[in-house]
Each structure stands twice: as structure tokens, then as C-alpha cells.
Design a protein around this ligand. Structure first.
Ligand SMILES: NC(=O)c1ccc[n+]([C@@H]2O[C@H](COP(=O)([O-])OP(=O)(O)OC[C@H]3O[C@@H](n4cnc5c(N)ncnc54)[C@H](OP(=O)(O)O)[C@@H]3O)[C@@H](O)[C@H]2O)c1
Length: 317
């Protein structure tokens, strides 16, 4: 099969399309004929091996997994002997274990579920990691709460705005000037421009932080006295990436009235099923900037890093 592979860490140019063996579904795995694959910042981190600390998990000298991509949407081609919840021919979405920038990918049943019926495969592939992260980050928000989404026109943030609205919150989204219209289209009650506007003081019950790498001092100033912050992440340099801010947040949370914490999201079919219900009821719709063919995966990642996409990018197979 054709797949996007890499043998060393580096810029998008390390990616190339190669003919490799098709993966085989064993145990509780499913083989998916991939129709579309989502692109997210995690794909870049795995490709670049940055921050360096991640190499402890994914391969010190070179990536252990050669094929890029985790988000997937496609059709079940074969199932392992332990699989009962999915069958050949099912249209599925979720994440995979073998790399989704490929004609075929394998994933566990715990990571894959039925695709939302009202989405194309391209739209469905833009959902799992970004929307799953937003869903996990926003757990516990209540109707009427004032929620601030930083990075509101990005991958995670574009879902964050819609999910917070679906939960009945009053939502303010923060983005760059050119994306304020998208933030309003996503349903935000208010849109702030990070190049111009300051965050108001003591205004929010909850902050979902997906961009901008603001100091904890600035975040706390914008929160009400008993407010909560969930730090999803920001693109920052250095060997620890954004981890030091998350560690400080955990420490500070022990001694202040506000709750500050980081989130490491998990890939879960139950969350994708919950998202499917929200999508099929019309409460959540992926915002897709553009799609790229498999051969242009490197261009997609360049656009993700430097092109300021509006919402999500997708690879079509
Ligand atoms: N913890 C986890 O498990 C987890 C899971 C998923 C993602 N992440 C991390 O979370 C971050 C967001 O991911 P993503 O996929 O949503 O990335 P993304 O699509 O690149 O979105 C980030 C958004 O932040 C915006 N932004 C930049 N500077 C800002 C500022 N000062 N104030 C407000 N917004 C600002 C960007 O807007 P412009 O392009 O207009 O500048 C962009 O739309 C990344 O660092 C990613 O690695 C963590």
C-alpha cells in the first residue's frame, strides 16, 4: 500500500510516499481502508520529535513508527478475532495505531466507532483528537457559566467553542483578526482579537487554553476568584515544550482558590460516540480549512505550522 513514511525526525521534508506492507488486524484490532486522515499539531510533534522529551516515548534516535497520522475515517476492511463491536463494511472514525496517512491502517476497537452519518469521511477525519481533547477539557462546565476559549479558531478551540455552547455556556473566543468571523460562525457570543484586545479581569468561570502560551498570572487575572483553567497546550520552544507551565499550574493550584491544571487527552471510542451524537444533532460541525492529497502531506504540515489555518486540515487518500 502507499503510505507517508519517515526515517528520521525533522521538518516536513523528511516525509515521503513509499510502498510498504499493509498492516494486519490482530486481537481486538480493526483494519480500516482509509478514506481521509486528520492533521493536527500532534502529527507535527511526532514527525519533528519535538519537544525532545517525547523521543523517550517514540524513539530516541529515529521514530519507531514510520507512518504518520493518527486521526482516521474510513471503511472496515477486516477485523481481528476478538472484535465483536465492528464488522467488515462499517464506516468508522477515530484514531489508529499504525499511522493514518496510508491506504490502510489498524486501530483498536477502543479507539474507533461508527462515523457520524451526516459527515463526509473528510469531515469525520477532522474530529477525533481535536474534538476529543476539547470534550475532555470542558468536562464539568455548567449552563450559564462564562467560558473563555483561547485559540478559538484552531483545531481544538474550534470544537471547544461549539462544545461549550452546546453545554449552555456563554462563550468568548480569542483568535487573530482574520479569524474573528469564524469564531462568531462557530457560535461564540463574543470574539476577542489577540493582536488588539486585552482579556478583561475576573470575567470567566472557566478558561480552555489552546493557544498563546499566556503566563499563569494573565490567566488567573482573567478568571473569577473560584474559576478554573484547563491548559491544553501551545506551540512553544524548549526541551519541555509547554510542560513547565503545566507543572507550575499544578503547584499553584494547591495554594490558590482557582483551579489550574493541564490535560493530556486520551483517545477513546466512547468520546467519539458522544461526539457523534452532538454532530448528528447539529450542535457540532467540523470547521475545515482545506484538504490535501496523500502526496502533499508535507505541504499540509507546512500549512498547519505556518499558514494559520482556519480550523482543521485533512489528507484524502
Ligand atoms: N494536551 C493534549 O492532550 C493536547 C491535545 C491536542 C493538542 N494539544 C496542543 O494544544 C495546542 C492547540 O492544538 P490545536 O491542534 O488546536 O492547534 P492549532 O490548530 O494550531 O490552533 C492553535 C490556535 O491558537 C491560536 N493562537 C495563537 N496565538 C494566540 C494567542 N496569543 N491567543 C489566542 N490564540 C492564539 C492560533 O491562531 P493563529 O493561527 O491565528 O495565530 C491557532 O488558531 C497545540 O500546542 C497542541 O500541540 C494538546
Amino acid at each position: 500500500m502507499r503510505a507517508v513514511v519517515q526515517d528520521r525526525y525533522g521538518p516536513p521534508e523528511v516525509l515521503r510516499v513509499e510502498e510498504i506492507d499493509q498492516p494486519v488486524a490482530g486481537g481486538n484490532q480493526v483494519l480500516v481502508k482509509v478514506v481521509a486522515a486528520g492533521v493536527d499539531q500532534g502529527t507535527w510533534h511526532l514527525m519533528a520529535g519535538e519537544p525532545r522529551m517525547v523521543r523517550l516515548a517514540i524513539g530516541l534516535r529515529r521514530p519507531r513508527m514510520r507512518v504518520s497520522g493518527r486521526d482516521v475515517a474510513g471503511v472496515v476492511e477486516a477485523v481481528g478475532p476478538g472484535v465483536t463491536s465492528l464488522a467488515v463494511g462499517d464506516e468508522v472514525y477515530g484514531t489508529c495505531e499504525s499511522g493514518s496517512f496510508a491506504e490502510y491502517a489498524v486501530g483498536r476497537t477502543g479507539q474507533l466507532t461508527r462515523k457520524p452519518a451526516n459527515l463526509t469521511f473528510e469531515q469525520a477525519a477532522a474530529v477525533p483528537i481535536s474534538a476529543g481533547t476539547a470534550l475532555q477539557g470542558l468536562r464539568g462546565i455548567k449552563p450559564g457559566e462564562r467560558v473563555l476559549v483561547l485559540g478559538a479558531a484552531g483545531g481544538v478551540g474550534s470544537y471547544g467553542v461549539q462544545l461549550a455552547k452546546a453545554a449552555g455556556a456563554h462563550v468568548t473566543g480569542v483568535s487573530s483578526t482574520a479569524k474573528l468571523d469564524l469564531v462568531r460562525e462557530l457560535g461564540a457570543d463574543e470574539a476577542l482579537d489577540y493582536t488588539r484586545d486585552e482579556l478583561p479581569a475576573a470575567a470567566y468561570d472557566f478558561i480552555l487554553d489552546t493557544g498563546g502560551n499566556r503566563s499563569l498570572k494573565i490567566l488567573r487575572r482573567a478568571l473569577k476568584p473560584k474559576g478554573r483553567v484547563v491548559i491544553i497546550g501551545s506551540e512553544t520552544k524548549g526541551p519541555l515544550g509547554g510542560m513547565s507551565r503545566i507543572l507550575w499550574a499544578a503547584l499553584l493550584s494547591l495554594v490558590v482558590s482557582q483551579q489550574l491544571r493541564g490535560l493530556i487527552s486520551t483517545e477513546r471510542a466512547e468520546d467519539y460516540a458522544e461526539l457523534r451524537a452532538l454532530i448528528e444533532s447539529g450542535k457540532v460541525t467540523p470547521a475545515i480549512d482545506r484538504t490535501y492529497p496523500l502526496d502533499e502531506a508535507a505541504a499540509a504540515i507546512h500549512h498547519l505550522r505556518d499558514g494559520h489555518p482556519r480550523g482543521k486540515l485533512v489528507i484524502t487518500i
